[in-house]
Design a protein around this ligand. Structure first.
Ligand code: XIL
Length: 315
């Protein structure tokens, strides 16, 4: 048994984990990652991003992305592509060029077509556009929006569909776990794209959450999004705490993982769940959120925490 086996028994497409290339030399880590009863899906946490795949204009490097795509294939796991258009982890040439609309449109089309085309047939779903919104539901100001307005989103989605017609195309964001202005903005975007005939198949709900602060509206929110005719997935789940970890915090974290996974299980079109790496050893949290950590269901020694049992209880 394992998390993916349990999730699939309950009708879900996968239970997965993010991973990153430097981690793959740790054989104790890969022994768990590679088990497709435990994880039925992988997401590369960095190696398919724009800075990694097109560091110079028109020059593409896929070595690291291929390593994770090949690993998923070898292991019999699905692959989520992450991501093609995002304000962060862009190479300097994208952020420093004085773009006009025609030039940036062509640059987006070349990037999306080449990256998604390279992985054609290997990817279950792509985060085509990542984190387009501010927390107040307005569009994030970045090189894409400032040059093209919201049309950059349809430009990317149309190029993505042409590059791999079988990949599900997602828009992915954080702080859309529960109902609220940011989720409403995402729903309005989906509706707008659909009315224009722009391809959109799914909304990725990241799930970078905080112990003791998990919203009670996750299921209601997922139902509102899927009612639009798109699927949802929890794409980057971790639930962090202020360190040091205590027995009480670990117990609350178990409850919180169970809450999130239960919401997905209760919504038919919530098709899968992905941990933003399964172990505290490789979590992005401590280096990003000062004083916080211990966000994953396995600890730094690859030992399962109470959170693991919370997930099992929900599956
Ligand atoms: C993070 C990675 O985990 C880190 O290794 C990297 O330094 C920064 O990006 N939302 C996303 C992910 O969509 O791409 C981010 O991943 C975490 C937040």
């Amino acid at each position: 048994n394992g998390l993916n086996a349990l999730a699939q028994t309950q009708g879900k497409t996968y239970f997965g984990s993010a991973t990153d290339n430097p981690e793959l030399t740790n054989t104790a880590y890969t022994a768990i990652l590679d088990n497709n009863m435990m994880f039925g899906q992988l997401t590369p946490s960095n190696s398919m991003k724009w800075d990694a795949t097109e560091p110079e204009p028109g020059t593409f490097t896929f070595t690291e992305g291929d390593q994770i795509a090949d690993l998923a294939k070898t292991n019999g796991q699905l692959l989520r592509g992450h991501n093609t258009v995002w304000y962060n982890q862009l190479p300097d040439w994208v952020t420093s060029t004085a773009w006009n609309a025609t030039g940036l449109t062509a640059a987006i089309q070349r990037h999306v077509s080449t990256v998604i085309g390279h992985y054609k047939g290997q990817v279950y779903s792509w985060d085509v556009v990542n984190e387009p919104f501010n927390d107040n539901g307005t569009f994030r100001s970045d090189v894409f929006y400032d040059t093209l307005g919201e049309s950059y989103i349809s430009i990317a989605l149309i190029a993505a569909r042409a590059a791999d017609p079988n990949a599900k195309l997602y828009i992915n964001d954080y702080n859309i776990e529960g109902t609220g202005v940011k989720s409403t903005a995402m729903q309005n975007l989906v509706t707008s794209l659909q009315s224009q005939g722009v391809p959109i198949d799914g909304v990725g709900i990241e799930g970078h959450l905080i112990v003791g602060e998990v919203t009670t509206t996750i299921q209601e929110n997922m139902e509102a999004i899927t009612a639009l005719g798109v699927e949802v997935a929890i794409t980057e789940l971790d639930i962090r705490m202020t360190l040091p970890e205590t027995a009480a915090l670990l117990d609350q974290q178990k409850t919180d993982y169970q809450t999130v996974i239960s919401a997905c299980m209760a919504v038919e079109k919530c098709i899968g769940m992905t941990l933003w790496d399964y172990t505290d050893l490789y979590s992005w949290v401590p280096s990003t959120f000062s004083g916080q950590g211990a966000a994953c269901p396995w600890d730094e020694n690859l030992v399962r925490k109470p959170a693991y049992d919370g997930i099992v209880a929900a599956l």
